[in-house]
Design a protein around this ligand. Structure first.
Ligand SMILES: [Zn+2]
Length: 238
């Protein structure tokens, strides 16, 4: 019975997701920041307020003073009925870079997309478009981090001709432009390329066809940040 149950719930999810995504063009065309019909949260904040909330949460994380407000059983039941995250975060898949922890956020507060090297791709862009167009998040943060293995691999590929098997090679190649961009910068190459990559990816997200108009209207901000593993602090790059 387990496989059948799984298949059934997957079908339900896909039907629901399809219905929601179908709403996106209309929402984007009207410029309305209307969340999905089942959202239960209050009206979303603006992009500047969303960024302020993220940075305040990061300060609590750095200080070890967690709020834990939205991690309760009651909150779990509340967001089961609908979500209205206040920010989208595109972060590296690295186990040390968990956005909900780094920004001291609870259930239903962040729409998180994670992939090694915080790169872009059709599925990633589609996820962000869904978060912005349907769920109404007014802020997208692309978050690079110190000691990123994916970025280090890209540097090794460019500098030393290192080769990688399977789709790791594809992933590493997508960070190549950042290696080239940061080539002449003084200082630590790994940090420079990581920062350049986060900025480049943020630029790509901001110029996506479905998002660029919202950015020009000021209803959406796409920013880049850098997370330091040692200090826990996130600094803004844009
Ligand atoms: Zn990484």
């Amino acid at each position: 019975m387990q496989p059948l149950a799984r298949a059934s719930s997957r079908r339900t999810f896909l039907q629901a997701a399809g219905a929601a995504v179908a709403l996106a063009p209309a929402l984007l065309a009207s410029g309305a920041f209307v969340a999905s019909t089942h959202a239960q949260e209050p009206a979303p904040v603006g992009p500047d307020e969303a960024l302020r909330r993220l940075l305040e949460g990061n300060q609590r994380f750095v200080d070890g003073q967690f709020q834990h407000d939205n991690r309760s059983e009651a909150r779990r039941r509340e967001v089961a009925a609908g979500q209205r995250p206040f920010a989208t975060v595109l972060a590296c898949a690295d186990s040390r870079v968990a956005p909900e922890l780094v920004f001291d956020a609870g259930l239903g507060e962040l729409f998180v997309v994670r992939v090694a090297g915080n790169i872009t791709g059709p599925g990633i862009i589609g996820s962000i478009e869904y978060a912005v167009g349907v769920l109404g998040t007014p802020l997208v943060l692309v978050l690079g981090h110190s000691a990123c293995g994916a970025v280090e691999a890209a540097i090794q590929a460019v500098n030393n001709g290192a080769q990688f098997s399977g789709d790791i090679a594809t992933l590493v190649a997508s960070i190549g432009p950042a290696v080239a961009l940061a080539r002449s910068e003084p200082g630590d190459q790994l940090e420079n390329v990581t920062r350049a990559n986060a900025r480049l990816v943020a630029g790509q997200v901001a110029t996506e066809a479905d998002l660029v108009r919202l950015v020009s209207q000021g209803t959406l901000r796409v920013v880049a940040g850098y997370y330091d593993l040692q200090s826990g602090r996130v600094t803004m790059l844009s």
